[in-house]
Design a protein around this ligand. Sequence first.
Ligand SMILES: CSC[C@H]1O[C@@H](n2cnc3c(O)ncnc32)[C@H](O)[C@@H]1O
Ligand SMILES: [Zn+2]
Length: 430
Amino acid sequence: MTTLSITGGRVLGPDATVTRADVLVDQDTGEIVAIGDDLSGEETLDASNALVTPGFVNGHSHVAMTLLRGHADDKPLDSWLREDIWPVEAELTAEDIRIGAELGVLEMIKSGTTAFSDMYFEVEEIADVVDQAGVRALLGFTAITVGKDDEGARADMEESLEIARKLDGRADGRINTTFQPHSLTTVSEAYLDEFVPKAREAGVPIHFHANETVNEVEPIVDEHGVRPLEYATERGLLEPEDFIAHGVHVDEREIELLAETDASVIHCPASNMKLASGMAPVQKLLDAGVTVGLGTDGAASNNDLSMLDEARDAAMLGKLAADDATAVTAETVVRMMTQGSADALGLDSGQLEEGAPADLAVIDLESPHLTPRHDLVSHLVYAAAASDVRHTVCDGQVLMRDREVLTLEESAVLERAQEAAVALVGRADG
Ligand SMILES: CSC[C@H]1O[C@@H](n2cnc3c(O)ncnc32)[C@H](O)[C@@H]1O
Ligand SMILES: [Zn+2]
């Protein structure tokens, strides 16, 4: 057994208690073998003056959209997508997507994220980056049928299924997949009715955008006479392994449906605030028993991929949405960014305990903004920043040691990304 120990730190347990302990990892199996006193491994990571947390799980992202970061801001979703994002995405090459994914995964590792769920195109490029970088991911190709003829629409739906079948289990099992109709308004009913049963036959979970803005609710009600999640249930879309991104505009019946079906919601507070989409009723969802995870969405609507920023946003917005300062507590948010997202994505990670996957982050506590240290759960949500992450470990492998990412060459990634992004926007501008 090749072993790694993370020593001298304080460990965040599954019940949100913090205990002084070392963590011993079997690097061959990628699992935690012990949490306790005086554990030493062949390789050591120093966690003194630091908090050892489960690696963060980003439940919804478009990782290659890092190339569009800051390209178009300060607009609502519909016009932002139609006028700014989709014209540039039409110029994206497979190489751009690889470069954007490298940048996004680099940013995730540097901010303590060890797993993410992604919706995008050229998914094989993203899978290669995930493989090289050493993180876990739930990947898929996103199908859009509106504005396409039958052949184009069908090709999208088939590609989404095919990619899901093909990439599942890649990167020594660190990659799993989802079938991805983009949303209930961008994929027509007939295609959902034809392809959702095929995804079920293939045993692939379904990930889609839902109830993000009021403009996504009204057309469904007008056309089908029911709310979007009732329509989704009628189409066979909400099964326990499925998860929706956003879930902002959900009424009481839709919350009940989510609880009854056991489908999960990935909350994306920064994107929802930036696009002024609305405030998801997170506390109501949790009170109803719905599994809620946390995601950044793409870097063009956020504009970063730090789950620590997202955590603070979730706590703040959750209180505002509930009109109650006691709602969406720090402990609740820590659960959302770890176990909540992991449960939604069907991952075993998200908790530090013996036998669990060794996916973890070590957060440096020695800085002015983390002093004094009354409550480390509070600090994680309200005060810690991406730059406080000292080490990141996934599947027992050290991905970042003392802020140096070992699996991607940071300076080369940044240089390639800057060049590719400028060229991309130049092509779109004609
Ligand atoms: C192929 S990925 C999905 C598609 O969705 C676009 N997108 C990015 N952010 C959002 C969002 O918040 N809601 C809906 N669609 C979004 C992205 O640009 C891709 O075209
Ligand atoms: Zn999205």
